[in-house]
Design a protein around this ligand. Structure first.
Ligand code: NCD
Length: 317
């Protein structure tokens, strides 16, 4: 048996891969309009099972993957709280769990609290593993849907000024998206806006330097977003901080609202800028922003379904 096609990191995609995925996502969306085309699609995947194995909370990623699988006509087997309700709570290793459940279906969509868990799962799985977020490391399918959103909203993926704000240290969606936007597409430059405890990490800076992408870091949201074409905002992930001193500093920043996109940022937003957020937001984009033409985060979340249909199709071959 040939080895399965996994999706583990955003770094694995070339520009051609992404163009193919976007084309298939366009097709998936067009298919929605025709009942006959929807029936054809379901025929191809009937009898296949998608297993969703989530060790961490999720709303969009899990449900959009399950929706994508169902739209393709697959059966869905799901555990939404595997840390508590799978044999992990009895001390079973991830490797053993994967060896067993890879015999129950055709693709495993997995979210885990530990960095690198999806790669570990892939070493023992008989079926494709799709990384739906591993700790503070990567979230490649979110990065693909973010890239597609940028293409749809702005019309290009190169020579953009992109401001990332919030938690850039543990924000796995940021880490994966920066990889794609700096190494696959050229001429993009990056502003990173975060408290010092949550700034972009050295591995990502190294990648930016290798790609010759220019970037700056700041704590000033106004300076960071001014003139940006894309503003990608995220929540400060306090739950991933272990150091109490860092926790206090982040609490202070949260109380002060220094990393919020609120009314005060409106004069600094370019008219044609687009504001993205992987969601969930917990106050860091206030509802004042929702009705602006720049706000894109809800359409961005919806694009998750056709993109994930295209990604499931891709790993199943
Ligand atoms: C994020 C995640 O889980 O990494 N959400 C998502 O998948 N859309 C962001 C977060 O938890 O803040």
């Amino acid at each position: 048996m040939s080895s399965p096609n996994h999706i583990l990191s955003a770094s694995q995609f070339s520009q051609d891969d992404l163009s193919d995925i976007f084309e298939r996502a366009d097709y998936m969306q067009a298919q929605e309009a025709s009942r006959d085309l929807r029936r054809q699609k379901v025929g191809t995947y009937a009898g296949l099972q998608l297993i969703s194995l989530f060790y961490e909370p999720s709303t969009r990623t899990r449900l959009s993957f399950e929706s994508a699988g169902a739209k393709l006509g697959m059966g869905i087997i799901s555990t939404e709280n595997a840390r508590e309700f799978s044999s992990a709570s009895k001390g079973e290793t991830l490797e053993d769990t994967i060896k067993v459940i890879s015999g129950y279906g055709d693709v495993i969509v997995m979210r885990h609290n530990e960095d690198g868990a999806a790669a570990v799962a892939a070493t023992v799985s008989e079926v494709p593993i799709i990384n739906a977020g591993d700790g503070g490391n990567e979230h490649p399918t979110q990065a693909v849907l973010d890239t597609y959103t940028i293409l749809k909203e702005v019309g290009r993926l190169d020579n953009l000024k992109i401001a990332f704000g919030g938690d850039l240290r543990f924000g796995r969606t940021v880490r994966s998206l920066v990889r794609i936007m700096s190494s696959v597409y050229k001429g993009n430059n990056f502003n990173f806006i975060a408290p010092p405890e949550l700034q972009i990490t050295d591995d990502i800076k190294k990648q930016l330097k290798e790609s010759n992408a220019s970037f700056m870091q700041t704590q000033d949201r106004y300076e960071g977003i001014e003139g940006a074409d894309i503003i990608y905002w995220t929540r400060l992930q306090k739950e991933r901080l272990t150091n109490p001193v860092d926790k206090m500093a982040v609490d202070k920043a949260l109380m002060a609202g220094d990393y919020n996109l609120d009314k005060s940022v409106i004069p600094y937003l370019k008219l044609l800028a687009k504001v993205l957020h992987p969601l969930p937001r917990v106050g860091e984009i206030t509802t004042d922003i929702d009705s602006l033409p720049q706000a894109c985060y809800f359409p961005q979340a919806h694009i998750g379904v056709p993109i994930r249909q295209a990604l499931i199709e891709r790993v199943l071959g």
